[in-house]
Structure formats: structure tokens, C-alpha cells
Design a protein around this ligand. Structure first.
Ligand SMILES: NC(=O)c1ccc[n+]([C@@H]2O[C@H](COP(=O)([O-])OP(=O)(O)OC[C@H]3O[C@@H](n4cnc5c(N)ncnc54)[C@H](OP(=O)(O)O)[C@@H]3O)[C@@H](O)[C@H]2O)c1
Length: 332
């Protein structure tokens, strides 16, 4: 009479080697996917947020008067940080600042009017550096970002439009990061969050928004490299990768009119985003976005390319129709 253990090994020894190897491979694949799933649940739902005051008492938010940046401003104030808000419209900056101070009376708020599309932002950056020089800036949310007004083929994009996309998304992000880093290095702590996009990371291509996607790939690679460069200085650099979030930008480019299961409101997105600050170098903070990423990885790249191209062409057609409508209206 064999014991169960003996029967098991006897059964194994009678199997062909290829079947054993295949079963082993299957076992490790299941183990790897289960570990990833458990890790995801932990990171997204269970892991505690970092206390952002550890990094310093002030937070900087660029593009702070609307959408994701505006939500970050309120939620950083709630987390106990004083704020330096950077955006191009002083009227909107004053309104946001006033509202934050009324909701969080202990929060100090400084505003800096800076238009990143200006050819020469050295004066604005000098002002920014002057404002932050005596402040303990611990957190930077490099959020400002723009895209084209309409989906367009690369050769159709107006020079002014694509130059502005580069100036805001690439130059702006780089300038502001360079300005806050020296102080973070001296005190050996800091968190830099760069807002990337699924357009550069999750889908293999973003046709008819090529320059936007390329600038976000820059943000992604800059973040990853800075994460490695500055980790030993106690500075956590991270690229956050959102998919659609119901903001003014999403309504303009993708006709998103309201939040839904897969398209969070800016507030819901930012609640998840704050929770991830200081951890992985790249993350997709909102749970439904990471599920979409997971599904996208199951599809062949050629299928995703075709799908994105058809969406781009559809939006281009709608954009052209809308422009014709406006021109017709002007002529009447
Ligand atoms: N929404 C999405 O679906 C989505 C998806 C992926 C990635 N993202 C990224 O998330 C970030 C925020 O997007 P959002 O949807 O929140 O955008 P948004 O609603 O359009 O808000 C953009 C903010 O940036 C400011 N801004 C625009 N141009 C500027 C300039 N030239 N100089 C200074 N400030 C300027 C705006 O200020 P004004 O109020 O003065 O215009 C506003 O505060 C961007 O980097 C975007 O690429 C968004």
C-alpha cells in the first residue's frame, strides 16, 4: 500500500518530461499573475498613504486652476500642506486661492502667474525661484499639460500649436523640476510627481495626437531616470499615468461630458493619486484605469494601433465639421 506522497511521486515519474516542464511553466505563470494581482490590491486599496508633511511644509502645483491640478491643490491643503499655485490666469489663481483659504483657514497660499507658452519664461522662473527660496518645498506636482485643439495629422499641426505643446509639457516640466530640486537635495527629502499620460505608456501609439504623446513619453522617461538619479538623496520622483479624467481637457479632445466608471472625476482621480505619492516610480493611480491598462496588454499592438487610429480619424472629422459650422455661422 503506497502513501499519498509515494503515489504522487510515482505518478510524476511516469509522466513524459515535456509534460512535467509544461506543468511547471504553467504553475509559475499562475503564481506570477496571482502575486501581481495581490500586489495590485495592496497598492491600490490597502497600503497606507504617506504623510506628505514629512517631505516639507509646502507643495507646488502647476496648472492649478482647473481639472486635475485644481483638485491636487485642494487635496494637498487637506493633507496639511501650504501651497504655491502656478498657472497662467491671475484671476483664476486668486479665486482658487481665496476658496482654499476659506475652506482650510490654516493653509498659507502663494500664487504665481506664469504662462509656460511664453518664448522667454526666465523672468517668470526667476520670480518662482524667489518665492520658493525660503520655503520648505517638499512636494511638487508637475501637472501642467496641454494638447491640440483638434485631432490632426502630424503635417497639419500648426507650428504655434505644436511649439506650445512642447513649451508647456516638456520645457515647463523640466524648468520647474530644476527649480525645486536643489533645496530638496540639501534637506535630503522631497516628492516630485510628474503627470504623464496613458497616450505615451499604455497604448502603443496615439495617432493624430503624436506630438502630445511624444511629450508625455519625455515626461515618463525623465521621471524614471530622475527617480534613479535622486533616490539616494531621499527624493521620490514618480510619473503618474492617468487615462481619461473628466476635465475640461478631456471634454475638448474626447467629448467626455461627465465622470463614469472608467472616467473618474478630477477629485476621485486625485484621491487615488495622493495615495500613491512616494511609492513606485511609475503608476496608474486610479483602479479602473489600471484595469484598462491590464486589458490593453492582452490585445495585440496592431489591434490597438488600428483602434486608436479610427478614434483619431473620427475626432478629426468631427473637429473639421465643427470648424466648418463656425465658419458658416461667421459668414451668415
Ligand atoms: N484629463 C485627462 O483625461 C488627462 C488624461 C491623461 C493625462 N492628463 C494630463 O493631466 C494634466 C492635467 O490635465 P487636465 O485635464 O486637468 O487639464 P485642464 O483641465 O485643461 O487644466 C489645465 C490647467 O493648466 C493650466 N494651463 C494651461 N495652459 C497653461 C500655460 N500655458 N501656462 C500655465 N498654465 C497653463 C490651466 O490654466 P488656465 O485655467 O489658465 O487655463 C489649468 O489650470 C495634463 O498634464 C494632462 O496632459 C489628462
Amino acid at each position: 500500500m503506497h502513501t499519498m506522497r509515494e503515489t504522487f511521486f510515482l505518478l510524476l515519474s511516469t509522466q513524459p518530461i515535456w509534460l512535467l516542464l509544461l506543468s511547471l511553466l504553467g504553475f509559475f505563470t499562475i503564481l506570477r499573475h496571482s502575486t501581481t494581482a495581490v500586489q495590485w490590491v495592496f497598492r491600490v486599496f490597502l497600503r497606507p498613504s504617506k504623510d506628505l508633511r514629512y517631505y516639507g511644509s509646502w507643495g507646488v502645483v502647476t496648472g492649478a486652476t482647473d481639472g486635475i491640478g485644481k483638485s491636487f491643490s485642494y487635496q494637498l491643503a487637506r493633507a496639511g500642506l501650504n501651497l504655491i499655485l502656478v498657472s497662467r490666469s491671475s484671476t483664476k489663481l486668486k479665486a482658487v486661492s481665496k476658496d482654499i483659504r476659506s475652506q482650510f483657514p490654516n493653509t498659507k497660499v502663494k500664487i504665481i502667474e506664469l504662462d509656460f507658452t511664453e518664448d522667454d519664461i526666465s523672468a517668470g522662473m526667476a520670480e518662482f525661484k524667489k518665492v520658493i527660496q525660503d520655503l520648505d518645498v517638499g512636494v511638487l506636482i508637475n501637472n501642467v499639460g496641454i494638447t491640440y485643439p483638434n485631432a490632426s495629422f502630424f503635417h497639419e499641426v500648426d507650428e504655434k500649436v505644436w511649439m506650445n505643446v512642447l513649451k508647456v509639457n516638456v520645457k515647463g516640466t523640466t524648468w520647474v523640476t530644476k527649480a525645486v530640486l536643489p533645496r530638496m537635495i540639501t534637506k535630503n527629502r522631497g516628492a516630485i510627481v510628474n503627470i504623464g499620460s496613458g497616450a505615451a505608456v499604455i497604448v502603443p501609439s496615439h495617432p493624430l495626437y503624436a506630438i502630445y504623446a511624444a511629450t508625455k513619453a519625455y515626461v515618463d522617461q525623465l521621471s524614471r531616470s530622475l527617480h534613479v538619479e535622486y533616490k539616494h538623496w531621499g527624493i521620490d520622483v514618480q510619473c503618474q499615468v492617468p487615462l481619461y479624467v473628466a476635465t475640461e481637457m478631456a471634454s475638448r479632445v474626447a467629448s467626455v461630458s461627465r465622470a463614469s466608471l472608467f472616467i473618474p472625476s478630477a477629485d476621485d482621480y486625485v484621491s487615488a493619486a495622493i495615495h500613491r505619492i512616494g511609492y513606485e516610480p511609475r503608476c496608474t493611480p486610479y483602479w479602473a484605469h489600471s484595469l484598462q491598462w491590464c486589458f490593453a496588454r492582452l490585445l495585440p499592438e496592431a489591434a490597438l494601433d488600428m483602434w486608436r487610429l479610427s478614434i483619431g480619424l473620427h475626432r478629426r472629422r468631427k473637429g473639421l465639421e465643427a470648424m466648418k459650422g463656425i465658419e458658416g455661422y461667421k459668414q451668415e
